[in-house]
Design a binder for this molecule. Structure first.
Ligand code: UT7
Length: 325
């Protein structure tokens, strides 16, 4: 049976040049390299000096278009997953469209699903491609989390980093089996009863500011391990594969203990679990596309590899995608 698949044909990423180590943070808040490493697995993160989210997104987009071998004119849609846009309106996607010089009519929108944003965006694009509404899309995760944290709050400021990742997705005919390339299965979830567990204190319509991130770390931690595992299991089941068939598990990069917990629950060996949290920190919606592109550029992820993407974040939102590169 032939059916339309969304093939991932290009990968790009961008990180700001400034690297902030745990020791650097220990100079501004009461923390230590030892605490941050053992509790989170983070060693360093990239922090924006004077670049905005759109600058990261633009650079990642250009790299993705180049590796895909297409131009901006080929794009039918740009979607940016972010909670840190340059302006409240218009979208970062519209800005990228203008800067790249896409044709008039290219659909542009941002999506707010926090750390699950990239998986949400990829799922929506996949559905639009399979319905025949678009053929080629740029899916970007880009964040400047450093602007959303209180740099005097050691509970949060040590956790986050800045950056962007982008993927070019294009319609391609498949035969409906798990041997196809592209997006093979997706599943999204949310549970708004956890709204207060991870959020900004304030926003445009309440405080006329963007507010700083606050969270109940322990609750998020426990929920994350189960939610990330559930989403991964469901997309594998949908495609009729098991964790033994999968080449890589790529969970959202928030905390090494969460990532290892998911690997254990899925019964996959450590070497099949992609980890970038050590040098990126938690980059929210950027974490998965950033890890995809970095590992693809390094030759670790290869064409034909079967990869489970799984993410969880504020809302709570969570979801997974099974993709063959
Ligand atoms: O992307 C989704 C969003 N976020 C996450 O997935 C994060 C999920 N949660 C976590 O990763 C972890 O809960 C944290 C890393 C945030 C915290 O780790 P924890 O093992 O749950 O620590 P805790 O909250 O129980 O804090 C233990 C202690 C506290 O001191 P007391 O009250 O026991 O005296 C904190 O005040 O560690 C203290 N603490 C710190 N100490 C040194 C909190 N932050 C720091 C810090 N440096 N940066």
């Amino acid at each position: 049976m032939t059916l339309i698949r969304s093939e991932l044909i290009g990968f790009g990423h961008y990180l700001p040049a400034k690297v902030v180590t745990n020791d650097d943070l220990a100079k501004i808040v009461d923390t230590s390299d030892e605490w941050i490493r053992t509790r989170t697995g983070i060693v360093s993160r990239h922090i924006s000096e004077n670049e905005a989210t759109s600058d990261f997104a633009y650079n990642a987009a250009q790299m993705a278009l180049k590796t895909a071998g297409i131009t901006a004119e080929d794009l039918d849609m740009i979607i940016v997953a972010t909670v840190t846009p340059d302006n409240t309106t218009p979208s970062v996607a519209a800005q990228i469209s203008g800067r790249l010089g896409t044709k008039s009519g290219t659909i542009c929108t941002d999506i707010s699903a926090a750390c699950s944003g990239f998986v949400y965006a990829l799922t929506m694009v996949d559905n639009m491609i399979r319905l025949g509404q678009i053929k080629t899309a740029l899916v970007i995760g880009a964040e400047t989390l450093s602007k959303l944290v209180d740099w005097t709050d050691r509970n949060t400021c040590v956790l986050f980093g800045d950056g962007a990742g982008a993927v070019v997705v294009r319609a391609r005919e498949g035969n409906g089996t798990s041997a196809d390339t592209g997006v093979l299965a997706t599943k999204l979830y949310a549970d708004g009863s956890h709204y207060d567990s991870l959020r900004t204190l304030g926003g445009v319509s309440t405080t006329q500011t963007s507010g700083f991130v606050t969270m109940d770390g322990k609750e998020v931690f426990k929920y994350a391990v189960n939610a990330l595992t559930q989403a991964a299991e469901v997309v594998m089941q949908q495609a009729g594969v098991t964790s033994e068939d999968v080449d890589w598990i790529l969970p959202h990069q928030a905390n090494i203990r969460i990532i290892e917990g998911v690997g254990k629950k899925l019964n996959v060996p450590e070497e099949k679990v992609i980890v970038t949290v050590d040098h990126h920190g938690n980059t929210s919606a950027a974490s998965i596309p950033l890890a995809l592109s970095e590992n693809y550029a390094a030759g670790r992820l290869k064409k034909g590899d079967l990869v489970v993407l799984t993410a969880m974040g504020a809302g709570f939102t969570w979801g997974g995608a099974l993709v063959r590169i």
